[in-house]
Design a protein around this ligand. Sequence first.
Ligand code: CA
Length: 473
Amino acid sequence: MEKIQTISLIVFLTVCVDAQKRPPSSDSGGGRCSYTFVVPQQRVTGALCLDTRSAATNSSEVAALRAELRRQQERLEELQAQLEQGGAVAAEMRALRQESDGMNARIAQLYAQLLHEVIHRKDQALEQRRVENLLLNATTQVLQVSSNYRELEKKYGALTSILSSQNQFIARLEKQCECRDSAPLSSLVTSDPPKPQPSVHPNYSSEARETGNDVQRDQSASPSQQGRTRGVHSLPTAAASGPTDPPFISSPVTKAPGPWRDCQHALESGETSSGIYLLHLQAANRLLQAWCEQSRAHGGWTVIQRRQDGSVNFFRTWEQYKQGFGNLDGEYWLGLEHLYWLTKQARYKLRVALEDWQGREAFAEYDSFRLEPESDWYRLRLGQYRGTAGDSLSWHSNKAFTTLDRDKDAYSGNCAHYQKGGWWYHMCAHSNLNGVWYRGGHYRSRYQDGVYWAEFHGGSYSLKRVSMMIKPT
Ligand SMILES: [Ca+2]
């Protein structure tokens, strides 16, 4: 449909038909009109022409425009989506910023803590240095005290040694005094032992005569002579020596060699005279020499200890009490180790024979006697008492042996130190036959350190002769 639109301002309309270019027969779309609006305008003086030939292309342009529009819309949507996404990113950024702020605050807090810690550590280091200094001072003091203690110990050792030699010296002086009373001056120089008194006691008389000779040999024999004696007759188990004291002097075996299990064994084998016998302890497979008392109290007694003239110092160490010391035919101690093995062989009884300075005799017998091994400090195990001297040893039963250098007694100090000899001390003693041999009976000493048996004359009376003997029951 074609018509001419009339606009109020239209002056005239010219229709131009381009018949020449587009014949009606060839135009399948029918007659197509083209309009030319001539709009008078004040500025336009000429005619306006519209070329309607481009109408066909306009539709494609429109389509293209629409497509473009759609594309633009899609792009717009895309951008909107991106914008929305951007909003999320922004929110995320905000959150991150907040988090970062929080982290900063936390870092600041940690930094403050670290500073505090550093300051604290510094204080601690100062405190540690102070404690270290204190420790160092204390250690120095301990070392000083320890050094002082060692020094005191050395002094104590030296004093003990001096004391021991003084005891010996006093014993020698006493002997000399006695000699001065009964012998010419010349005999004082040779330090001869007291001459035995044949009338003192019939049981001791023969023994005492021998003693005089033995002691003389012990005191005056030259080292070479003694060495020769030992070279010939000494036993490997019978030697013990101290730094200052004479060693255990082995004497020649005066009797026919057995060897015997003990003196009772020798007696039963017909050896009826007293003297030194060679014994063989089968349990320990060891040989030892001992004095056998074959006449007193029915004989068969193995003498394990004897005092009679003060010729031997009994203020000795553990090792010496363990191995034995003295003169077998004079004063001696048989040795704890030998005693242990001896009394292991059978059940033995103990007889303690005592004699005072007036010649009065007494004895104490115990129906069993044995020692525990050295690991139990040679603890004494004693049986029932009988006798005339009184019981001054049962109090010491079940007690360990104590010496100058090994304190096993119940007293706060060392009993052996005060009583000057090894013994089975309890809280010190009711008896000690290994003390200082004082001449004359009652003695004056700061300590109760004589050869005493409390039930027989008390603790301040030092006995003249004592012996301890054992025999199987
Ligand atoms: Ca003690």
